[in-house]
Design a protein around this ligand. Structure first.
Ligand code: CP
Length: 301
């Protein structure tokens, strides 16, 4: 069976760098009919703006056709159909499945029952590997390299799947991490153990001010309301950090602020006009990187 992309660890360092190089070519030439005649399914069991629309745009720009749904309540899932049966059916219709689902491990399971490759477009609090590849592309484009950078991850590091995938991908490139989070939303132990085993340094803090001025990348994240079982706990932490333009006076000249988006209140809109804000360009990069991921998994580049 062809290769799926479920966790960023499914890709070697060489494969990651290959996708980033291909994405550069797609950024220069956005329309290439290399997948004419193919059909790709985008099935989203959870809300999305960027991931679904950029994947669908990528499919269209590669010359393939896209089918799918963005609201599972309009499908036979609402009649009790299992994920297994849904995936078996869809994989008989298409050449590739792109899936977002709220359950951790659902994408891996889907890849095991599917007859075609699966791309994980986010499974609960677990992984979001296509986001990671566009994050790496954005880091490469802004810093000129991936090696020896100091990455400050801020916000919901417990439920923020993008931070989990990014940490694992960056481990190929000798990074140093800062984890800025309140006690309730700290980076899970399993990811810190992963770094320890690889000999990668990290520092933990609860203060946003502590490492604003010495990082190369400030990776802001939203507090993931949809993952909380206790609404009171969400209320306690939802506004824990708010980055404002006035706080950026002494940051590194080439520091860039990334955010997987959507943002709520963690980045004030006055930051958008500073030279440090890169999050909208980062989201645009998602198109080129997703074109590269699809074309690689379909065996074209
Ligand atoms: N970054 C991201 O996954 O955004 P969406 O939820 O809008 O797809």
């Amino acid at each position: 069976m062809s290769k799926s992309l479920i966790s960023i660890q499914d890709f070697s360092k060489e494969e990651i760098l290959h996708v980033l190089e291909t994405a550069k070519e797609f950024e220069k030439n956005r329309t290439q009919d290399i997948l004419a005649g193919k059909v790709i399914a985008c099935i989203f069991f959870e809300p999305s703006t960027r991931t679904r629309l950029s994947f669908e745009t990528a499919v269209n720009r590669l010359g393939a056709k896209v089918i799918g749904f963005s609201d599972a309540s309009n499908t036979s899932v609402s009649k009790g159909e299992t994920l297994k049966d849904t995936i078996k059916m869809v994989s008989n219709y298409v050449d590739l499945i792109i899936m977002r689902h709220p359950l951790e491990g659902s994408s891996r399971y889907a890849s095991e029952v599917s007859s075609v490759p699966v791309i994980n477009a986010g499974d609960g609090a677990n992984q979001h590997p296509s986001q990671t590849l566009l994050d790496l592309y954005s880091i490469m484009q802004t810093q000129g390299r991936l090696d020896h950078l100091k990455i400050n991850m801020v916000g919901d590091l417990k439920y923020g799947r993008t931070t989990h995938s990014l940490l694992q991908a960056m481990s190929h490139f000798s990074p140093e991490f800062v984890f800025t989070a309140p006690e309730e939303l700290k980076m899970p132990v399993e990811y810190k153990d992963f770094l320890k085993k690889k000999g990668i340094r990290y520092t933990e803090t609860t203060s946003l001010e502590d490492h604003l001025n010495d990082c190369d990348i400030l990776y802001m994240t939203r507090v993931q309301q949809e993952r909380f079982t206790d609404p009171m706990e969400y209320e306690r932490v939802k506004d824990v950090y708010r980055l404002e333009a006035s706080m950026l006076g002494n940051v590194k000249e080439n520091m860039k602020i990334l955010h997987p988006l959507p943002r709520v209140s963690e980045i004030d809109q006055d930051v958008d006009d500073t030279p440090y804000a890169y999050y909208f360009k980062q989201a645009e990069n998602g198109l080129y990187v997703r074109m590269a991921i699809i074309s690689y998994l379909m065996g074209y580049r």
